[in-house]
Each structure stands twice: as structure tokens, then as C-alpha cells.
Write a protein that binds this ligand. Structure first.
Ligand SMILES: *Cc1c(COP(=O)(O)O)cnc(C)c1O
Length: 359
């Protein structure tokens, strides 16, 4: 494509050099590429939910402070009273909010990599320099390497995804504490997969004024709703709130979230099924010759296929109507790696059989 004069003259070079977020064709596929929850509400819950939507006035602006949603989130997630909460249209939006607050030209945003791709994209969009710190071969973080990088780059923000996407491993609370103490900027602890993990930093967060804990309802089973939250000191949240566009969480999302948060037992039960299924699928993958599967505290598993085979296996699975994520070529440490969402026992089995056949 040739760039028009307008684009050449006015679109920032750092935007022109980016690629838009791509999502694969998904019709008639078993979708195991985006960590969606495979379970849908039954008719009883759906009916009750639609009843609550009946009373909504679409001609009115939503509650800009979304106070009732926040109250429900406080209860469900047991958010410490000392922390304030800001909501986003997904946690992606909140990553952007943080980047707009502290990032920009001449500033560094830093994360151990491989990690969630949006950190790099959003840092680039805001004109920040993005520094990635390599992980160990088992994808754990070497504290010394990370703290050295923090010391030499003085980042405005460090992203720590726990459990990490796409590797599945959590960050030890001691390491988060050490980073929080070492860095003068913000530490974002991204707990997008908290429902599937055994650890959280939320209970400790109020002791560290530069720590923000981020969560989302997406991986819990409400990816279509687009609701994320970030928690931090009242002072810090107050600053971020100035960047948030008014009414960024619409009335349908607010009402649906309030309904969903009143039925957390349904989500807990499904998360528990997925954690069980993760165990089973992990064991199955571990038994496959030539496959290395990495332990995961999230609702996905990262695995490595024999050298040079990832692209072939990915296409082969796609031809069998199973869509997973190909990470080969995304990062040097992810060579020959693929990622699969843990789904229902039946879908996991279909995936596993297709994988065996494609190897
Ligand atoms: C999926 C994901 C998000 C984004 O979640 P949304 O709330 O759907 O925007 C954020 N962080 C990590 C690590 C993720 O994997």
C-alpha cells in the first residue's frame, strides 16, 4: 500500500510502523486462541439477566462513577478499603490510561518478556520507549536481571503479569515487593487470570503506594462485556481518573456486570471445572513424545513442539477446525511454541486428538 501525502505528513512515524491487532477468522472453529470461558449461562440465568436489562434507559447517560458496579466488585474481590477502584472498557483500556498518565517521549516502560503483547503496543502508541527484560529459559523472572534493568532505565512503569500471558507462571509476591521498592515509577500487577491462579498481590497492594493491581472480568467468562478494573491508592487513582473518558463503561455493561457479580458462584464453579481440566490436559500433553508443556496457573497452556514444526502444527489444527495461538516468531524465547485455551473436557479432547494426529 502506498502512503498518501496526508498519512506521510501527519500520522506519527511510531504509529505508521505499528500493525493493527489482528484476530483470526473464527467461524465454525473450536476457539481455543483467546482464553475465553467456554461456558455460557443456562436459560434461567439468561432470563433473569434479560429481566434486569428491561429497566434500563438507553436514552440516558450511564452513572459516570459506576458506583454500584464498584461496590459489587469490592465485595466479590474483597478489595482492601485503602485502595480505590477505576473501571475501564476492558483492562486494555486501563493499560492505556496508565501509559497516557506516565508514558511518553523520553520515558521508559518496562516488562519481563515474553509477556502480554499490548504492553509493547500501548507503550509505542504513547511514544514511550519499551524495554523488555529476558526471562529465564523456564520463563521465571530472574530478580537480579530485572532489578538491574530497573536501575539502569528508571522506568515510569513496570508491567508484571501474574500469571503471565502467554507463559502461565505467576510472579512471587516477594519479587513484586522488591520491584515496588526499587522502582520510582508505577508497578502494574496484571492479574487478568486471577480466577485460575492460587496467588494474588491484592491483599498486599495497599502497603505499596506505587503498585496498581489490575483485573478483568474477561477471562472469568465475560469477555464480551468489556469490563476491567485497576486498584491503587486514592491519590494515584484520582490522577488516572482524569484521563478516563466520561462514561467509558456503558449502561448495558454496568447492569450486566452487577447482575453477573451477584452470581459469582456460577463463575467460581466454572473456574473450578477449568482448573480441573487444566490438570488433565497438562498430563495428556506431558505424555506426548516431543512436546514440552509448561506449568500454568491460568486458563491456558503453553507448549513447545519439535523444532520447526509449530507453523505446520498450527495450520494442521486449523484445517481440523481447532484454532489455537501460534507464538512461533513472536519472541525468540517462544520459538516452536503454541498456546491453547483450556476449555470443556470435550473440546480439550478434540484439540488433543487433533494435535496427536498433526504431529
Ligand atoms: C487478556 C489480557 C488482558 C486484557 O483483558 P481485557 O480486560 O479483555 O482487555 C490484560 N492483561 C493480560 C495479561 C491478558 O492476558
Amino acid at each position: 500500500m502506498t502512503e498518501s501525502a496526508l498519512i506521510k505528513r501527519w500520522i506519527h512515524p511510531h504509529i505508521r510502523s505499528l500493525d493493527a491487532y489482528a484476530v483470526h477468522h473464527r467461524e465454525n472453529m473450536i476457539k481455543l486462541d483467546q482464553m475465553e470461558n467456554p461456558y455460557e449461562w443456562g436459560d434461567d440465568l439468561k432470563h433473569a439477566w434479560l429481566e434486569t436489562l428491561r429497566g434500563i434507559s438507553l436514552n440516558r447517560y450511564p452513572d459516570g462513577a459506576a458506583s454500584e458496579v464498584i461496590a459489587a466488585l469490592r465485595l466479590v474481590f474483597q478489595i482492601p478499603e485503602a485502595l480505590h477502584v477505576l473501571l475501564g472498557n476492558g483492562s486494555d483500556e486501563l493499560i492505556q490510561t496508565v501509559a497516557l498518565a506516565v508514558g511518553g517521549s523520553g520515558r521508559v516502560m518496562l516488562a519481563p518478556e515474553p509477556s502480554f503483547s499490548m504492553y509493547r503496543v500501548i507503550a509505542s502508541v504513547t511514544g514511550s520507549q519499551y524495554v523488555s527484560v529476558p526471562r529465564r529459559p523456564d520463563f521465571s523472572i530472574d530478580p537480579e536481571t530485572l532489578l538491574d534493568a530497573v536501575k539502569s532505565h528508571d522506568p515510569c512503569c513496570v508491567f508484571l503479569a501474574s500469571p503471565n500471558n502467554p507463559t502461565g507462571n505467576p510472579v512471587k509476591p516477594e519479587l513484586i515487593e522488591a520491584v515496588a521498592k526499587a522502582v520510582s515509577g508505577i508497578v502494574v500487577v496484571d492479574e487478568a487470570y486471577h480466577a485460575f491462579s492460587e496467588t494474588s498481590f491484592l491483599a498486599h497492594a495497599s502497603a505499596y503506594p506505587n503498585v496498581l493491581v489490575m483485573r478483568t472480568l474477561s477471562k472469568l467468562g465475560l469477555a464480551g462485556l468489556r469490563l476491567g478494573l485497576v486498584m491503587g491508592t486514592p491519590e494515584l487513582i484520582n490522577e488516572l481518573n482524569k484521563i478516563r473518558l466520561p462514561y467509558n463503561v456503558n449502561v448495558l455493561t454496568q447492569a450486566s456486570a452487577r447482575f453477573a457479580l451477584g452470581h459469582m458462584e456460577w463463575f467460581e464453579a466454572k473456574a473450578s471445572l477449568i482448573r480441573e481440566a487444566r490438570k488433565t490436559l497438562f498430563q495428556s500433553l506431558r505424555g506426548l513424545p516431543g512436546i514440552t508443556v509448561y506449568p500454568s496457573a491460568a486458563n491456558f497452556l503453553l507448549f513447545r513442539v519439535p523444532t520447526g514444526r509449530a507453523d505446520g502444527v498450527f495450520s494442521d489444527l486449523r484445517a481440523r477446525c481447532v484454532l489455537i495461538k501460534n507464538l512461533n516468531g513472536v519472541h525468540p524465547q517462544l520459538e516452536d511454541c503454541l498456546r491453547v485455551t483450556v476449555s470443556t473436557p470435550i473440546e480439550n479432547e478434540v484439540f488433543f486428538e487433533a494435535l496427536k494426529a498433526s504431529l
